[in-house]
Design a protein around this ligand. Structure first.
Ligand code: MN
Length: 500
């Protein structure tokens, strides 16, 4: 059975508090959504602003396979703005609960129904496909809701969507609720919010109840607690509904599952809405193993503690070295870092890691390498060294950094500006090492270890070169020194790994 996806990352997702996307960012996300096979892209709400309309127009001009949709209220002027953007379809949202009718609009059920019929006809007369979304459906009188859907279907609505706007369903309720609408003659979509952490569960239940389309967002972003996370619903449908005898999948979708991780990454980078590590499917820890027994099981057969392989969604398995690490987990990590230790040396490294763990310290890759180097007595010569750094910064000048680096035996002097002094310093360093290596800075964290303004500053960076990602760290009372040192520690390690 085919299930279709309407992605509303660019509309409901953009309504996440603190998220506002530029035209260019919207286009990049839409391009990716089209590439991974989303059926409909709700690109925004055309009435919002000139900039929003420009972004939607840019998206509709790309000739994507996906249907491009704009949100509209039950007003003719909203439909006019949608037409101006050349969208394929409109998602007309009709508030239906007494709460919304009375407090938001001061309208009766009858008035709202007539207005909805009128605007649906208007949109159809202008050649638009119409999805009719009833807002706050799950707190609406069900007889009125059905009457409204029937009347708007008669007026030409192509699809209907009873929305669980504030997440009031439970999985069992969702199954029964959505079942009520599947025989009205048009496709039905589920639209579930995550106020009680049930958006994905309720969406799956709606599909169990017969719904063939669902609305969701990448990473589950959206107003308040967000919408149903597309990657979770898709993997649920792909993995949890397999016939035990025939092994046939009950549902199929057009989504390219192996692109979900990098799509998630793109959306979190462009929106600035980062994920908690334990986020299902796409979180950084979704396929990470630390504890000894688990890591040992996974290294023998990944199915022991992984319901799906990370490769299925384009993610990667990670073994984290911490105080719960087992010998085989440690061994895998050492292999990944290119460190060859014999059994005795591995035991020594193992003891040292446990010792640090008991002191409450997380063992980063850098720490692990330092420990291993000490035990294996590897001489470690950094290829790139910082000799001098000078920063000029203040309230009326552009932060500027000049640096002197030693790369092998050559002296390199560079300068650059930045948003702030740290940015300027890293920009200058990048200029200096540009000919040697080009790394991507994936994450940058600053922590003040002790209290006051004289605190020790701890900087952790995550750097990427080709497909290798490493974290590195440095501590210094001076934030610039800590930042450059953490950065160069990582760069030097990446160069070492590359040369191995
Ligand atoms: Mn919504």
């Amino acid at each position: 059975m085919k299930i279709e996806v309407l992605d509303t990352t660019l509309r409901d997702g953009e309504q996440t508090p603190g998220i506002s996307l530029t035209k260019n960012k919207k286009l990049r996300i839409a391009t990716k959504l089209d590439e991974i096979g989303v059926n409909s892209i709700e690109a925004g709400s055309a009435v919002t602003s000139v900039g929003e309309r420009e972004a939607i127009k840019e998206i509709t001009s790309q000739g994507f396979n996906a249907e491009i949709v704009s949100f509209a209220r039950t007003l003719e002027k909203d439909i006019d703005y949608c037409l101006e953007c050349d969208v394929d379809a409109v998602n007309i949202v009709v508030p239906t609960s007494d709460l919304h009718l009375k407090y938001k609009l001061n309208k009766t059920q009858g008035e709202m129904l007539n207005q909805a019929v009128r605007v649906v006809s208007y949109a159809k007369d202008h050649g638009l496909a119409v999805e009719l979304s009833a807002e706050d459906s799950t707190r609406t009188d069900i007889e009125y809701l059905k009457e409204l859907f029937k009347a708007t279907i008669d007026a030409g609505a192509d699809r209907i969507c009873p929305c669980d706007t504030v997440g009031m369903l439970s999985p069992l309720k969702s199954f029964k609720f959505y079942k009520e609408f599947i025989n009205l003659g048009v496709p039905v979509s589920a639209h579930c919010h995550n106020d009680f952490g049930l958006a994905v569960a309720n969406t799956l239940s709606a599909i169990d109840g017969g719904v063939k389309r669902f609305h969701g967002t990448i990473n589950g972003i959206g107003e308040r607690a967000g919408n149903a996370a597309i990657e979770e619903v898709v993997l649920g449908l792909n993995t949890l509904y397999i016939d035990p005898i025939t092994k046939d999948k009950k549902y199929d979708m057009d989504i390219k599952i192996n692109q979900l991780y990098n799509t998630s990454k793109l959306v979190s980078r462009l929106t600035g809405a980062y994920l908690q590590p334990n986020k299902a499917i796409v979180g950084e820890n979704a396929f990470a193993h630390e504890s000894g027994i688990h890591a040992d099981g996974v290294s023998k057969n990944t199915a022991t503690y992984e319901p799906i392989t990370p490769e299925l969604v384009g993610h990667k398995r990670k073994f984290i070295v911490g105080k719960h690490v087992g010998k085989s987990g440690l061994q895998s990590r050492l292999n990944e870092l290119g460190i060859e230790a014999n059994e005795e040396q591995t035991q020594e490294i193992f003891n040292k890691v446990k010792e640090l763990g008991d002191k409450g310290k997380t063992v980063t890759d850098t720490d692990l390498e330092a420990i291993a180097e000490q035990i294996l007595e590897i001489d470690h010569e950094n290829k790139i060294k910082l000799e001098e750094v000078t920063i000029v910064s203040g309230n009326k000048i552009r932060p500027t950094a000049s640096i002197k680096l030693i790369v092998d035996d050559n002296e390199i002097i560079e300068a650059d500006v930045g948003i702030g002094p740290v940015d300027a310093a890293i920009n200058a360093v990048n200029k200096g090492i540009n000919d040697v290596v080009k790394v991507d800075l994936e994450e940058f964290h600053v922590d003040a270890i002790t209290g006051g303004t004289d605190a020790l500053i701890d900087v952790i960076v995550k750097l990427k070169l080709d497909e290798k990602i490493i974290s590195a760290r440095a501590t210094d009372p001076d934030i610039i020194n800590a930042s450059i040192n953490a950065y160069l520690n990582g760069v030097n390690r990446l160069i070492d790994i590359q040369n191995k």
